[in-house]
Structure formats: structure tokens, C-alpha cells
Write a protein that binds this ligand. Structure first.
Ligand code: PEP
Length: 254
């Protein structure tokens, strides 16, 4: 069985103090939920306070990005070892906002995934098509290019998680229908099978991201190949994220 993950991507929201309050409140609200990994990914500056506030709760903390080198003259960058030392257990890599605004490519995603896994942290590697790519019938070709270019070398690592995030659904309020999500997830699992074999394909967790909300999580999680969510806006408020976590726990597949 694949244990579901609900990961909150806080993007560039929340100071250290705000992160402390949200993590404490979320920790109380998800205390009784079992069978779901709950992760919050605050900005770098709020990581220490989030880790401290999460201590003793069932919340794990992740970062939103990293650099692949261990150390060096890379002004502004943060290594995975630095994140691990703070108590981070997850790192998001290749988010579409990093690809769109900060020049992330399949080649850099490949290096970053390698660095995260090498450090023993769980990597949530993101991919997904734009609206224009979907409308021109290129969805599967884009996903295949992203998997082969950024993920293929790492697929058999048990700490690799794929997040399918159609770009047109991120922050737009436009969620993929459960059928659209399932179609993409099934395609991705099939591709993983082709590249890394059936054992890896049946074990790897594939999260859906894109306007996940408390009222759509159950239908998404009911899909056989959806193993959790990467949640942006609706993870910023503890009450709403706790409802999503509870929804995922209720629809957990056995
Ligand atoms: C995200 O940031 O990964 C995301 C899916 O955002 P939202 O849930 O706000 O669409």
C-alpha cells in the first residue's frame, strides 16, 4: 500500500512567526488523523521555527527548493545538507513556478533530485503541462519529456515522490477533474513501469497538485493512481489544510 502524502507548499507566504502559529494550530487539528504523511513547506527563513513548532506533532517540514552542490561560491543558494541540518525531511524540486520564473529545466531538476536523494531526504519532484500544451494535445509528450529528462535516473529511489501539477490548475481555482488527474497519473505510472519496472511503478507515490481544496480532495483521492496532494493556497490556513488532510485519510485506498 502507498501511504498518502499531503504536502503544503507555502510559496513566499508567512514570516517565521506566522509559520509557528500555523504549524501549531495544524498540529493540534491533525493530531488524531492516521495513515497520511503531513508535510508543510514554508519559505527558507521560516524553516527553523516551523521545525520547532512541529516537534512532537505528526507534521514534517520540507523546503521548496535547494541547490545541488554541497557548498561553494553560489550566492543565494542553499544546499540540501543545510536543509537537513535544520530538520527538513522533504524538498520540493522543479515546481512550475521555479521552471517559469527562475529558469529551472529538466537538467537542473535531475541534478536537484539527485542531491536530495543523496542526502537521504524525500524529494517531491514536480512536473506538468501548460494550458497551451494541453490544448494542443501535447500533455503526454510533455510529461514524458519531463520524466525522461529530470526523473528517469532516480526512479528506483524509494524517497522519490512525483507531483503531477498541471500548470493551468495551479493557483487558478481550476482543478483538473478527477478523470483528468487519473488519466495523467496512470500515464505517469505506466511510464515509470517502462523505465524502471513494475515494482517501482506500483510503489512510487504520485501526488496531484492544482487548486486542491477541502471540497475536491475526496474525489481526487478516490482515483486509483492519486496518492496524495501538493497543496498551495488551501494549505496556508490551518483549518482548511486540516480538512484536506482529513479528507485524504478518509478516502485512503487499502
Ligand atoms: C502549488 O503551489 O503547488 C499549488 C498546487 O498551488 P494551488 O494549490 O494554490 O493551486
Amino acid at each position: 500500500m502507498r501511504t498518502p502524502i499531503m504536502a503544503g507548499n507555502w510559496k513566499m507566504y508567512k514570516t517565521a512567526r506566522e509559520a509557528t502559529d500555523t504549524v501549531r494550530s495544524l498540529g493540534e487539528q491533525v493530531a488524531g488523523v492516521t495513515g497520511v504523511e503531513v508535510v508543510v513547506c514554508p519559505p527558507f527563513t521560516a524553516l527553523p521555527s516551523a521545525v520547532a513548532a512541529a516537534s512532537g506533532s505528526r507534521i514534517a517540514v520540507g523546503a521548496q527548493d535547494c541547490y545541488w552542490e554541497k557548498e561553494g561560491a553560489y550566492t543565494g543558494e542553499i544546499s540540501v545538507a543545510m536543509l537537513a541540518e535544520l530538520g527538513c525531511r522533504y524538498v520540493i524540486v522543479g515546481h512550475s513556478e521555479r521552471r517559469q520564473y527562475f529558469g529551472e529545466t529538466d537538467a537542473t531538476v535531475d541534478k536537484k533530485i539527485g542531491a536530495v536523494l543523496h542526502q537521504g531526504l524525500t524529494c517531491i519532484g514536480c512536473l506538468g503541462e501548460t494550458l497551451q500544451e494541453r490544448e494542443s494535445g501535447q500533455t503526454f509528450a510533455v510529461l514524458e519529456r519531463q520524466v525522461r529528462g529530470g526523473f528517469a535516473r532516480h526512479l528506483s529511489a524509494s524517497h522519490l515522490v512525483i507531483a503531477y501539477e498541471p500548470v493551468w490548475a495551479i493557483g487558478t481555482g481550476k482543478t483538473a477533474t478527477p478523470a483528468q488527474a487519473q488519466e495523467a497519473h496512470a500515464f505517469l505510472r505506466g511510464l515509470v513501469k517502462e523505465v524502471a519496472g513494475p515494482g517501482v511503478a506500483s510503489a512510487i507515490r504520485i501526488l496531484y497538485g492544482g487548486s486542491v481544496k477541502p471540497d475536491n480532495i475526496a474525489a481526487l483521492m478516490a482515483q486509483p493512481d492519486v496518492d496524495g496532494g501538493l497543496v498551495g493556497g488551501a494549505s496556508l490556513e490551518a483549518g482548511s489544510f486540516a480538512k484536506i488532510v482529513a479528507g485524504a485519510a478518509q478516502t485512503r485506498k487499502t
